[in-house]
Ligand binder design. Structure first.
Ligand code: AP5
Length: 209
């Protein structure tokens, strides 16, 4: 089975690799960031509460995240596997997850922090279809416009330098301790996440084979 967690700092390429691998394995890509951004865009009560935390680069309170992820983990398409991208992010979340599911792999994305900042500052997203671009590594065909639907591309509010600094600090303080948590359980699979996306995808496939 492929019950996989992607662990790694902001901008490490988790979302990019999760989309490709989920398609290849035929399992859903469950991204708590995407679920929360969807709730913010739909202005649900949960989205309105999460918005301020996300803009500032801080973690959204555990009960809100679990509220949005719980249902998705129980959906029939997740029974034969999933790629969990962005969850867990602290010890409390990891312990809750451990009580609910047995994981097969926890892939740890490893990459120098200068590269993270470079990738995040160049990321642009389509507000209509959520496609992700990068001004350096994956530019749109027409500058500033989505290839799929022509919408004007935007910068994520939490990709501004002030929020990126907070996100990197939050990762080091709250999420990085999970590396030890999963190493002790024999689940940690370190992945060299630098280089071209195709080369990383190949290394990733070998890692979980
Ligand atoms: P989330 O959306 O999970 O953000 P993140 O973990 O900070 O990760 P990113 O989406 O920034 O980066 P990524 O690793 O997916 O990289 P990507 O593939 O996009 O969370 C956002 C917020 O939601 C959190 O700050 C928090 O507030 C809240 N939240 C979410 N989950 C939560 C939880 N469990 N608990 C509490 N709060 C939670 O790539 C980045 C860029 O680089 C793109 O432009 C891409 O095109 C480019 N790129 C990708 N790969 C390469 C490559 N190999 N070479 C060059 N460029 C590349």
């Amino acid at each position: 089975m492929y019950r996989i967690v992607f662990l790694g700092p902001p901008g490490a390429g988790k979302g990019t690799q999760a989309a490709t691998l989920a398609r290849a394995l035929g399992v859903p890509h469950l991204s708590t960031g995407d679920l929360l951004r969807g709730a913010v865009a739909a202005a649900t009560p949960l989205g309105r509460e999460a918005d301020g935390y996300m803009r500032a680069g801080r973690l959204v309170p555990d009960d809100l995240v679990l509220g949005i992820l719980g249902e998705r983990l129980d959906a029939p398409d997740a029974r034969s596997g999933f790629i969990l991208d962005g969850f867990p992010r602290n010890l409390a979340q990891a312990e809750i997850l451990e009580r609910r599911v047995v994981l097969d792999h926890v892939v740890s994305f490893e990459i120098p922090s200068a590269e993270l900042v470079r990738r995040l500052s160049a990321r642009r997203i389509c507000p209509t279809c959520q496609a992700v671009y990068n001004l350096d590594s994956k530019p749109p065909r027409v500058p500033g416009r989505c290839d799929r639907d022509g919408s004007e591309l935007l910068q994520r509010p939490d990709d501004r330098p002030e929020a990126v600094e907070v996100r990197l600090r939050v990762y080091a303080e709250q999420t990085a301790p999970l590396l030890d948590f999963y190493r002790r359980r024999g689940l940690l699979r370190p992945l060299d996440a630098s280089g071209a996306p195709e080369a990383i995808a190949e290394r990733l496939r070998r890692l979980i084979a």
